[in-house]
Design a protein around this ligand. Structure first.
Ligand code: CMC
Length: 427
């Protein structure tokens, strides 16, 4: 039975249905608000606005819970692989062995990138940021691999193409930026192993694949794989709502992720830690700057719109950080600085009162550094990890018969109607 809430607007009573999620979240369905009352809602940053109903990811920001299709992210990080998690997110269920094998074959079949695309890469200015390149190149895929019809089979091929090619394209941009020969994907390697090999194999120094690094990368990508209606995912859904193709929607998601308040934070965290290490700042000063309202600086890798406790992904990432560094006997001074910063922040009233804790980006950069990933590629790593989530969310929208173009309203605060003044009459 539908529940309703009553709202009194200008003395008149209205009823609006309550939508209750499977985990008990409650939302007021205001679809008819403007039509019935003439009012709209104003919610900058959408902190109180549900943009859709979704079956993909559940988060509880107060308890620090994250589940993909009902499965806790901790279980997936421990038992699954990134490829299997991608299948789960996109298709809604864990694959059978046969389905996983078929998925692997398809990912292998679609892993090559059209040779002509290399010309684009070679002509980007050398200092271009890899996120700008990735966003452009994903958009360009539409010209090389047009989607003919929006039918299930063709959508599945497009989805697999994108999942497979993104790692080839990311590694390609790194190789070309270094002036090295592009390394092609290999059918005998796993999804993650292939990426590492395409990044680091050279004709003079063959890359030795270490299963611990492969597993660490798989976990890192699982932790990034989806996060419900965050900034980049909302960008994918909003852009897609105009019924543009998948490549263009994902390209928009990559552009949104690039921002330092979103996925770009992983690069900014390492830059901040390096600044402290090189003596440009110290932990105490950084904390004071982050608290100073006259300083735009924020403690990067801290805080989250939804999590008001420790980000569950950050917990796993921190453990993995220690594991990877121990395994390779790496002593990274940035890890010590990060832990010192965390300790100082979580014991400081400013951060406590605002529930600001480390998020996924706080420790991920140290893991990526240990793998040999250059700092300017960190956000690209986030993007590869987030791709299955973006695709799953886009597909969910496409499959929704009531999907409407995203078109928020506004409260206009500008000049009221005024006369056009001819140029000669202006002072
Ligand atoms: N350092 C210092 N103060 C902070 C920080 C921070 N990192 N984050 C939030 N605050 C303060 C903020 O100034 C505000 O204080 P007051 O109430 O006195 O005005 C209060 O905490 C609430 O912050 P908000 O800006 O209203 O929070 P938000 O939900 O709009 O922003 C956020 C969330 C993640 C953008 C923000 O916490 C932030 O800028 N963090 C640093 C960047 C970062 O690490 N981003 C990665 C997010 S997780 C990965 C991802 O999903 O992309």
């Amino acid at each position: 039975m539908t529940e309703y809430v009553k709202m009194i607007i200008e003395g008149k009573e209205y009823e609006f249905p309550v939508v209750i999620g499977t985990e008990g979240e409650r939302g007021i369905d205001i679809t008819t608000l403007r039509q019935k009352t003439g009012y709209i809602t104003l919610d900058p940053g959408f902190g109180n606005t549900g943009s859709c109903e979704s079956k993909i990811t559940f988060m509880d920001g107060e308890k620090g819970i994250l589940r993909y299709r009902g499965i806790p992210v901790e279980d997936l990080a421990e038992h699954s692989t990134f490829k299997e998690t991608a299948f789960l997110l996109i298709n809604g269920v864990l694959p059978t062995r046969a389905q996983l094998n078929r998925f692997s074959v398809l990912l292998n079949d679609h892993s090559l990138v059209h040779e002509d695309m290399q010309i684009f890469y070679q002509n980007f200015p050398r200092a271009s940021h890899p996120m700008g390149i990735l966003s452009s190149m994903v958009n360009a895929l539409r010209s090389f691999y047009p989607v003919l019809q929006m039918i299930e089979e063709e959508i599945n091929i497009t989805v697999t193409r994108l999942l497979s090619k993104i790692r080839t394209m990311a590694a390609m941009s790194y190789k070309i930026s270094r002036g090295h020969k592009v390394v092609y994907p290999r059918p005998d390697l796993s999804y993650c192993g292939n990426f590492l090999n395409m990044m680091f194999d050279t004709p003079v120094r063959p890359y030795e694949i270490d299963e611990d690094v492969v597993n660490a990368l798989s976990v890192l990508w699982i932790l990034h794989a989806d996060h419900e209606q965050n900034c980049s995912t909302s960008a994918v859904r909003v852009v897609g709502s105009g019924r543009v193709n998948l490549y263009a929607s994902i390209s928009a998601g990559i552009a949104a992720l690039w921002g330092p308040l979103h996925g770009g934070a992983n690069q900014k965290v390492i830059e901040m830690l390096k600044m402290i290490h090189q003596g440009g700042e110290n932990v105490k000063k950084i904390i004071e700057r982050a608290k100073d309202k006259n300083d735009p600086f924020r403690l990067m890798g801290f805080g989250h719109r939804v999590y008001k406790t420790y980000d569950p992904r950050a917990k796993i990432m921190k453990k993995m950080c220690h594991r990877v560094l121990n395994k390779f006997k790496i002593e990274d001074p940035l890890l010590d600085i990060a832990m010192e910063l965390e300790e100082a922040a979580v014991n400081d009233d400013y951060f406590l009162e605002r529930n600001l804790y480390p998020n996924v980006d706080f420790y991920s950069g140290i893991v990526l550094r240990a793998m040999g990933i250059p700092t300017n590629m960190f956000t690209v790593m986030f993007a590869i990890g987030r791709l299955p989530g973006w695709i799953a969310q886009w597909k969910e929208s496409v499959d929704d018969p009531d999907w409407r173009i995203a078109r928020p309203r506004q409260i206009y605060q500008g000049q009221q109607v005024s006369r056009y003044i001819p140029l000669d009459e202006r002072g």
